[in-house]
Design a protein around this ligand. Structure first.
Ligand code: NAG
Ligand code: NAG
Ligand code: NAG
Ligand code: NAG
Ligand code: NAG
Length: 557
């Protein structure tokens, strides 16, 4: 997308009072209506810290992250915390995809030998920083992808074993809440007092259908020959609102966030809002106020039309759209690659995971599929079937690493060539295992989450999707429209299985029953044992009439 190209090309040489030369902070917001009736709002805060000892001397970059990066020798890091599931098949593609729950992956510097220890330390530290349960990341849920993930920043290319320095883990159970957003906002130069981040109050964010917060750190080349690198910290928030919940298709910042935008962050060199108005030709709407300019982004033949607002530092403003046709539903054009994943099987013995990949494009697409199954869901390579066949010509390369009980997950990577206009089904069977009784979560009957599969592809020239293509090297910019393809990584939806679970209510039932019996027996027994039996002399009450009668009787005597 054009905005990112601008972002990265224009290094700020702005007011020296506010910024040390080389440090830069930019805030951006991207708004796009999604079919059938949703609205995508994406925030991006980009901090660039220049120089070798960048963090120590940076005014803008958060020190806490800088220390983590330098102490654990992290070259590139991606952390996302996501609630909800992005629907690629109807919404198209997000700017940055994220797995449901928590997801963390990082590359360590080439000279880090004991990567696993550094990884454990890194995840524990981040866990404390973001108040998330990342400390549950251990060897038993970490894989080291061989083909699916590549650094997006400037990673020393002379080092051959990039993948050996990479660790990936996802925690699909992790729930995102206010505790995570508050420390995330503290990392921004303006925190939440000024600028776009003041819109991010948790009440409005947690009302959305999908929300994802992320921190992405990578190294960027500073010079043309990449002798120096600077660190780029990208903090993102992706939100998807439902027009049905807003009750109208007309949106405005005030409606979405409960308040207007109180100007830009004074420390930012640029504060821009982009509204995707490509859909205006078929579903006309009016933007209020008028945008400052209209931009066209040409990417491999597809044209995106963007309305751009330059936000100034002091003015309070509200931006909104009014649709001419009310309650119309957008028509959905499927993106070039769509996918779906589900769990097969019945009973408590065997099951299977199915991943369906559809290539809607007229040319073949190469994809890398990474299946990452926890140790308690043993998948066997021998049961792998592509379109129902054990031997398939579609597999161009594969990597399989069997798991080990309580130590290592199952890891399968396939490089597949998806034929044009076709659907490929990848099925792999698993067995259910019995866990030890302490290994069950408190709500064992809820089921067990299976993380998403990673899907990485070089998509043909972008058509009809919003996504920031990221190339491996920063030499040839981030967006290079003349490239015939875009590398991109997706996450499929996760799954859920119900493992054989013992009846945890049994002890409770036994206790209840035993206590009832004891209570019922105790009362009478206690009575019998403690009460004394005494004879009581019965005094028959004498009525008044009888008394008077008695007096007369005495007188007579
Ligand atoms: C790269 O990895 C291979 C095997 O994984 C190992 O034999 C080789 O020494 C590694 N090379 C470097 C430079 O670390
Ligand atoms: C959408 O198109 C209509 C006319 O075709 C135009 O009046 C309107 O300004 C456009 N809206 C935007 C946001 O560009
Ligand atoms: C911000 O200021 C610039 C020039 O100072 C002006 O052109 C632009 O319209 C202003 N933007 C808004 C949203 O008021
Ligand atoms: C992109 O959208 C156009 C219509 O806007 C459609 O004709 C074309 O087939 C779509 N391309 C892809 C790859 O889906
Ligand atoms: C884009 O990529 C092509 C081929 O990879 C290269 O020749 C060209 O210089 C690049 N353009 C930019 C702006 O980096």
């Amino acid at each position: 997308m054009l905005n990112l190209r601008l972002l990265l090309f224009s290094v700020a040489f702005l007011s020296p009072i506010l910024q040390i030369k080389g440090d830069d902070f930019k805030e951006e917001m991207f708004i796009k209506p999604l079919p059938p009736s949703h609205l995508y709002v994406y925030f991006q805060f980009l901090t660039l810290a220049n120089g070798e000892e960048s963090f120590e001397h940076s005014h803008l970059a958060p020190r806490s992250l800088g220390e983590i990066v330098s102490r654990y020798q992290v070259e590139e890091l991606h952390l996302t915390l996501t609630e909800g599931q992005w629907k690629h098949n109807t919404w198209g593609y997000p700017v940055l995809d994220a797995a449901p729950g928590a997801e963390l992956y990082a590359w360590f510097a080439p000279d880090v030998v004991d990567v696993d220890t550094q990884w454990k330390k890194l995840s524990s530290t981040l866990s404390g920083l973001f108040c998330a349960s990342l400390n549950f990341i251990e060897n038993m849920n970490t894989v080291s992808p061989k083909m699916a993930l590549w650094p997006t920043g400037a990673y020393s290319k002379s080092h051959q074993n990039i993948t050996s320095q990479l660790r990936y883990a996802s925690l699909p159970r992790e729930i995102v809440c206010t505790e995570n957003l508050t420390p995330w906002k503290k990392l921004l130069p303006c925190e939440s007092s000024h600028g776009f981040s003041s819109l991010l109050n948790s009440r409005m964010i947690h009302n959305t259908n999908y929300h994802s917060i992320g921190v992405h750190i990578r190294r960027m080349c500073s010079g043309s020959n990449c002798l120096d690198t600077s660190l780029e910290i990208k903090q993102t928030v992706a939100l998807v609102y439902d027009f049905k919940i807003l009750n109208t298709m007309d949106w405005s910042l005030r409606k979405l966030f409960g308040q207007g935008l109180p100007g830009a962050c004074p420390l930012s060199s640029s504060s821009r809002i982009y509204v995707d108005i490509t859909s205006n030709s078929s579903y006309p709407f009016k933007l209020l106020p008028e945008p400052n300019s209209i931009m066209f982004s040409h990417r491999g033949g597809s044209k995106t039309e963007l309305a751009v607002y330059e936000i100034n530092h002091s003015n309070m403003m509200n931006i909104g759209a009014k649709y001419e046709m009310r309650n119309k539903i957008f028509v959905n054009i499927p993106p070039p690659l769509t996918f779906n994943r589900y769990v097969l099987g019945y009973g408590k013995e065997f099951g299977g995971i199915v991943t369906e990949l559809s290539n809607n494009y007229w040319a073949p697409i190469d994809v890398v599929l990474l299946e990452n199954a926890p140790w308690w869901l043993p998948i066997q390579l021998s049961t792998l079937r592509i379109n129902g066949e054990a031997e398939s010509k579609l597999i161009m390369s594969q990597y399989y690493s069997p798991g080990r009980s309580r130590q290592k997950p199952y890891h399968l990577e396939l490089l597949l060539k998806l034929p044009p206009k076709s659907t490929t089904t990848v099925t792999i069977d698993f067995e259910f295992v019995f866990l030890k009784w302490q290994e069950y979560p408190p709500d064992a009957n809820h089921g067990f989450y299976v993380g998403s599969a990673l899907l990485s592809a070089n998509l043909p020239t972008a058509k009809n999707y919003t996504s920031l293509p990221i190339t491996g090297s920063t030499f040839d910019s981030i967006v290079n429209a003349s490239k015939p393809w875009y590398p991109i990584v997706f996450r499929t939806n996760g799954g859920m299985v119900s493992l054989p679970t013992p009846d945890f209510s049994m002890p409770y039932n036994v206790i209840c029953l035993a206590c009832t019996v004891v209570a019922l027996a105790f009362g009478p027994l206690n009575n019998i044992c403690t009460k004394e039996v005494v004879l009581k002399i019965i005094v028959v009450p004498v009525s008044l009439r009888q008394k008077i009668f008695n007096i007369f009787k005495k007188k007579k005597d």
